[in-house]
Ligand binder design. Structure first.
Ligand code: HPA
Ligand code: ZN
Length: 354
């Protein structure tokens, strides 16, 4: 990848009408960690509510922690703050807070990761977490009309027995889950370690996705396809380093769930212009735009679309990402059709205003 020294990207002025149109554009969010939507205000409120001691007692103090050198420095804070989540109501509140923001950003369907191993290590039951998140999704569905589901994500740098244990627990709740994913510290934890876990999840009827090529090499993307049968690749940035793997993603119609603001904040790229999203497009790879951990990375999904507009992506290109997000979601065909119709209607009403 071509890394530049610039820490920030000079931005083109995009009009207020374009900003607004990008927020209103119907879209799906396919790469979102629910624990990564824990805003510092809610973290402190839950710490008080649940009598959990955190090392930071003021909002400013906590906010001063939000500068990251790499994935691990973010994960350290992200896992530490998860200790404030204790009850099903906490998970429900967290989900509803996310869905309210997502709705304001035009999200109509969301496929949402959660990290059960961390909550189990914190002494919670699997069912407490799943029940709270599902109740939030149900209420959010009623309130905002957002559809979606949960993707159980394996925390790859925890002991393999802990991954196997959550697969055991998932067996009983498979009908409540949409898929299985793989996240956390990537380098040194290749997809090959999780072949059996994914094979069991696939046998339960779960969709398979995996983070690969965020900090890890293109080879991890290939392993995720060959060994985990991943149907989408989360991030996939480093796939661009291999012509062969990039061509395979295009040929096999495997979408990438890319996260521009996350990649910049975690210094996967030093400048947004270095994100290889256009290079993927040019080679026929379907990309989508997502927010990853928006409470930590400076913006929800709308801000990610706006950031791409600021570095010169056209409305047509941004529309392509939104249509991909619907087409490559795991929604059923009827829902996809409905969302694509909403998208077409939005496009017709919007085209002359921006
Ligand atoms: N990468 C890997 N694991 C994660 C991330 C991420 O961006 N966010 C939460 N867990
Ligand atoms: Zn992620």
């Amino acid at each position: 990848m071509n890394k530049s020294d610039a820490a920030t990207t000079p931005v083109a002025n995009i009009s207020a009408a374009t900003r607004q149109a990008l927020l209103a554009m119907p879209k799906a969010e396919l790469h979102l960690h629910i624990e990564g939507t824990l805003e510092p205000e809610l973290a402190l409120e839950l710490a008080r509510r649940n009598d959990v001691q955190l090392p930071w007692d003021s909002l400013d103090d906590l906010r001063s922690q939000y500068s990251f050198e790499n994935l691990q420095s973010f994960l350290d804070l992200y896992y530490q703050l998860m200790a404030v989540l204790r009850t099903a109501d906490d998970f429900c509140d967290l989900m509803l807070a996310y869905l309210a923001r997502a709705s304001a950003d035009g999200v109509r369907h969301a496929e949402i990761f959660f990290d059960p191993q961390v909550h189990l290590d914190n002494g919670l039951d699997f069912d407490t977490v799943v029940d709270g998140l599902l109740e939030g999704l149900r209420l959010g569905g009623e309130r905002y009309g957002i559809s979606g589901g949960l993707i159980l994500s394996i925390v790859r740098d925890k002991p393999i027995e802990s991954a196997q244990h959550v697969i055991d627990l998932a067996e009983r709740r498979a009908h409540d889950l949409l898929g299985i994913g793989l996240d956390s510290a990537e380098v040194g934890y290749p997809p090959s370690l999780f072949e059996e876990c994914f094979s069991r999840a696939r046998a339960m009827g779960l969709h398979c996705v995996a983070h690969a090529g965020e900090e890890g090499p293109a080879d991890y993307v290939e392993q995720a396809l060959d060994l985990l049968h991943a149907e989408r690749i989360d991030h996939g940035v480093h796939a661009i380093d291999s012509d062969e793997i990039t061509a395979r993603l295009a040929y096999d119609r495997i979408a990438l769930t890319m996260c521009p603001l996350s990649n910049r904040r975690l210094q996967v790229i030093s400048d947004l212009r270095d994100l290889p999203i256009r290079r993927f497009l040019d080679r026929g790879v379907a990309a989508t735009v997502n927010s990853d951990d928006p409470a930590y990375f400076g913006g929800y999904i709308g801000a990610n679309y706006q950031a791409l507009a600021e570095i010169g992506f056209s409305l047509d290109e941004l529309c392509g990402f939104a249509k991909n997000s619907i087409s490559y979601s795991f929604a059923d065909e009827e829902r996809k059709h409905q969302l694509l119709s909403e998208f077409a209607e939005w496009k017709q009403n919007t085209a002359e205003n921006v």
